[in-house]
Design a protein around this ligand. Sequence first.
Ligand code: UDX
Length: 432
Amino acid sequence: MNVAFIGHGYVGLVTAAVFAEVGNTVWVVGRTKEKIDKLNAGIAPFYEPGLAEMLKRNVDAGRLKFTVDYKEAVEPSKIIFICVGTPTTPSTGEADLTQVFASATEIGKHLDGYKVVSVKSTVPPGTNKKVGEILGRVKKESATFGLASVPEFLREGSALSDTLHPDRYVIGTETNEARDLVLEVHKSIDGKAVTCNIETAELIKYASNAMLATKISFGNAIAILSEKVGADVEKVLEGVGLDRRIGRNFLYPGVGYGGSCFPKDVKALIAIAKQFGYDFELLRAVETINKSMRSLFVEKVKQQVGDTKGKTIALLGVAFKPDTDDMREAPSIDIAKQLLALGMHVVAYDPIAMEVAASVMSSEVVFAKTAIQAATNADVIAIITEWKEFRELDLEALGKVMKNKIIIDGRNMFDPEKVQSAGFTYVGMGRG
Ligand code: UDX
């Protein structure tokens, strides 16, 4: 099938590449000619495991084409997926839908015959209908269209396999004609199809991300309590998670969640609820707990080093999670800021994200080429992101170059006994 994607961020580009990989002919619309030229040369604009290869393969095969021209993409396509950003409006926490509506206007101008227009961006209930109103206003009289809300659930770092083999995909439509067309383009995608009305699909996305964020904050709250009562949170949550009704996924405590989705979507759902007269207290607490984990981490640094002025801390990992160079809402940004305010020297190392990090973190943060270089002369090591390569760190070698052998493990990635037997002081999150 011929399909078009508007936007080439994480969602747009990954989904477009996967849909091309399974045999569709795919156009992707962007705004910047320079970026589009690079994409047409098969160059990925961000790091995602396997994406560069998939992109190149499908561009070379002529199944994946990038353009700045809506007409070129929309006219031949049966389905047009809108995958543009919906950032937080700072004053209200609401999703800013400017880009969604602007792309609907452009799509509408080129509708012809019957096409389905589907919003993949995370948008509040009611948005797809507003997109429909815009399309209806700008389209030529003979054109007809169906609407579909098809939210995206991919995770960065495992985006390709999440898109090809999701647990489920959700298709919200008003008509069987639109539903069947969207089902057809998903025929090579694994997972259970959940078909429903548009508002239901729109809410499923927010509810899913809010539930996952709630699990994380619950795990973090139990970590805080574990420390106070002398329990080990990892064992507590293992014991809890073995109950199949609960499960262990997304119950990993640490410095809190970041990234492009959870912080934004939790805020947006609180704002949506407020608009409908419901105070979503639970989610407000989820946010509060999440923020508090960063300060709690900094408190642990203070407890370990005493007078922080002039002391050096090695931050290992700055990306918001492993296997990505994404720094959006990364806890490391806030933590580094708080540490610098305490007069500490902050030296950071990340296997992939340093280039992006340098543009968003305080200019006082110094970047090292390796973990061992970051740890040289450091008073304390702080693990902020649980990159796999940190698991294989040579603790003996680290200990030799450090001033003081202290590890504060913000992701509970190490076995405390192993670290302690290498002569380090080990501090985790909730490991009383
Ligand atoms: C998330 C959702 O998982 C995905 O379905 C949605 O489409 C987009 O948002 P992503 O932001 O890529 O995906 O990463 P995810 O793996 O969910 O992690 C988000 C944040 O939560 C990271 O900062 C991670 O470190 C943190 N996290 C996750 C925890 O602190 N503990 C956990 O147990 C799990």
